[in-house]
Design a protein around this ligand. Sequence first.
Ligand code: HEM
Length: 441
Amino acid sequence: MVRACDELGDTWGYKLFGTRTIITRDPRNIQAMLATQFDDYKLATDRDAMHQLLGTKGIFTQNGQGWKNSRALLRPNFDRAQVAELDRLELFFEQMHRRIEAVAGENRCVEMQELYKKLTMDSSSDFLVGSPVGSLFPDADDKGGVSSQTFSEAFDVAEVTIATRWALSNLYWLYSPKRFRVACAAVRGMIRGYVVESLQVRAEKKKGQNRYVFLDALADTTQEPQVLQDQVLSVLLAGRDTTSALLSWTTLCLSRHPAVQNKLRAAIAATVGVGASAKIPTQEELRSITYLKWVLNEVLRCYPPLHANTRCARVPTTLPYGGGLDGNSPISLMPNEKVVYSSFCLQRRKDLYGEDADEFRPERWGEEKIRKIGWAYIPFNGGPRTCLGQQLALTHASYFLTRLLQTYDVLEEDPEFEGLDIKYDSKINMSSGRGVHVKLA
Ligand code: HEM
């Protein structure tokens, strides 16, 4: 469960079975772990709980030299991907549009969270392996004997089980139900199919399609099938649900804040038109819509998809603040002691953001005060391990939201769900526990 931790202070700890865990929402501590004392810390055992799905050779689960090698391997591919064309995204938007029209009955109400998960599964897999595997395209080619529908479902089963394994901390290995093992095998088998194909195409020196495909670009640097498979899975996990969570929370916020929605629609209309005069936006046009940036920044502040994260000490070290009677002294940490940091709690601190910290108010991103916010805003992390897909995620989210507002004049909350308090569903990512039920017309 996510909750604000005002009553507990900014840094506190608890002991379970003799093991101490520190919880912090102090930006100075977070900066130390992620940047200034980076080498003293490593990923906590939570990531080992993901090995069955992700393998051990992908960036998301590695530490030390292995991680450095992965980062150096993947980074140039992200730099190249930033210039990828948006025309592929339009295919997926059109497909989602069709799905909306198919399910919106007379009352025009649709649950968008599940649709966004399918959308981002398709757009991510298309970018990563060159072919959409999700269920927006039920007739997509099947690889590895697994249908596209099964792939999405298997990925979901694996993610849900990993969240339960996380709750067991160091004892995660006790929980490995058969459905989890089957799901991981299905997902890995399908990605392996794409890897084999990509390597064969290279071996036969066939000219592939001209467009950018992450796996093929990676195969220019390494031909080790295990590395290719694990890296693709790491990036799929890192990028898919995070982007769909951003889209979902933004849609919910826009449906609940008509004034923000009207302002955003006007900004979009002025740049790329809406309704009959709408044109497909370019990257430059999307980047130029300042208010869209503010809205996304504010959604990521109030509803960070990765709402909490962990690190543990690699060597004897310190957290700079939280110790002593006044909390201003360092806390010493022994190797493997764990620190949980919550971007959700951090980004709602009233002493940092003001009394209206719990309010959704995109305008704050135009104010002077926010420019100095620094380590108090970390939806994409910071330091050497900062998110590699940040620009990509913001481009994709900007594109899909712009197209949605260009297409529909009405985006309102489904009357059945209107005014209900927000319910959080915090697994690997934080999603809306009630879904995102809106009326689109
Ligand atoms: C709104 C969307 C996204 C959010 C909020 C987000 C957030 C994050 C955060 C907080 C981390 C740090 C994890 C850690 O070190 O513990 C991370 C890492 C990462 N993200 Fe993202 N991410 C998003 C989208 C994406 C996308 C679309 C991709 C790729 C297509 C991506 C690729 C990665 C990778 C590869 C890492 C690992 C970096 C490393 O360990 O060096 N992310 N992301």
